[in-house]
Design a protein around this ligand. Structure first.
Ligand SMILES: Nc1nc2c(ncn2[C@@H]2O[C@H](COP(=O)(O)OP(=O)(O)OP(=O)(O)O)[C@@H](O)[C@H]2O)c(=O)[nH]1
Ligand SMILES: [Mg+2]
Length: 229
């Protein structure tokens, strides 16, 4: 891994960018961080993105993933990594996981994926979202995507309609706080269908990185951001 460049002391780690000899072309290694409660499909989503079974994903009564784990892949010739995390349980464990994520992401640009399932958005989901929001703070939410797994349960209904008609205040609030960025995925597919789903999600994630939310990742973006405040 390249050494971190001379970022100003005290600068937020997620605003740092990896600078290469060629200048500002430092946004190539996207780091995708998967967060959420137990069993929502974080690891399965990681595998879908990578196109390989790198994370242990299982139907289980107890949480499957025990450690923060990073795996690498390539999308349209650009490297990316996926960081799978254990289920969000306590604020204390989330704090520790954030430290590990920070080490693994180093100075790479990142996007956060808050994984939930199509279906009831329960008080537990609400609590989990609250913990994540608190831990990753307001600026971090500029890079958060809400990912609904079990897309097949939509039974053809559009995700937009599903969310809008849900009348679930907590869900609507979460989606709004994440800049209305959301996406549905069925991990339980194979072959071309799975590849297509992975491609669409990757494109969405790159869009977050290269859209407004990614501006602070570059020196220019950071300057503009400071100018606005
Ligand atoms: N039908 C269907 N099953 C899914 C989908 N995504 C995940 N699953 C299944 O849900 C179960 C749990 O998935 P995991 O990937 O282990 O979930 P996790 O969030 O990593 O769970 P923990 O590590 O315990 O927190 C597995 O049996 C997956 O195959 C989906 O989109 N559709
Ligand atoms: Mg897991």
């Amino acid at each position: 891994m390249a050494k971190q460049s001379g970022s100003p002391k005290g600068q937020k780690w997620w605003l740092r960018s990896r600078r290469k000899d060629s200048g500002d072309k430092d946004e190539s290694e996207l780091c995708i961080v998967l967060l959420g409660k137990a069993g929502v499909g974080k690891s399965a989503t990681g595998n879908t993105l990578l196109g390989r079974e790198k994370f242990h994903s299982a139907f289980s009564a107890k949480p499957t993933t025990q450690n923060v784990q990073k795996e690498s892949g390539e999308f349209k010739g650009q490297k990316f990594s996926v960081i799978d995390t254990p289920a969000v349980s306590s604020s204390k464990s989330l704090k520790q996981h954030k430290q590990e994520i920070k080490k693994l992401c180093k100075s790479s640009p990142y996007v956060l994926v808050f994984v939930i399932t199509v279906g009831r958005f329960t008080p537990e989901d609400k609590k989990t979202a609250k913990k994540v929001k608190k831990r990753f703070r307001k600026k971090f939410r500029k890079r958060m995507l809400v990912l609904f797994t079990h897309k097949e349960d939509l039974k053809g209904e559009s995700l937009e309609d599903y969310v809008e008609k849900s009348e679930n205040k907590a869900l609507l609030k979460l989606v709004k706080k994440c800049g209305n960025r959301y996406f549905a995925l069925n991990n339980n597919t194979a072959g071309e269908e799975k590849e297509e789903a992975s491609k669409l999600l990757m494109e969405k994630l790159w869009e977050i990185l290269h859209g407004d939310g990614s501006r602070p990742c570059t020196e220019k973006g950071k300057e503009e951001e400071r100018g606005k405040n």
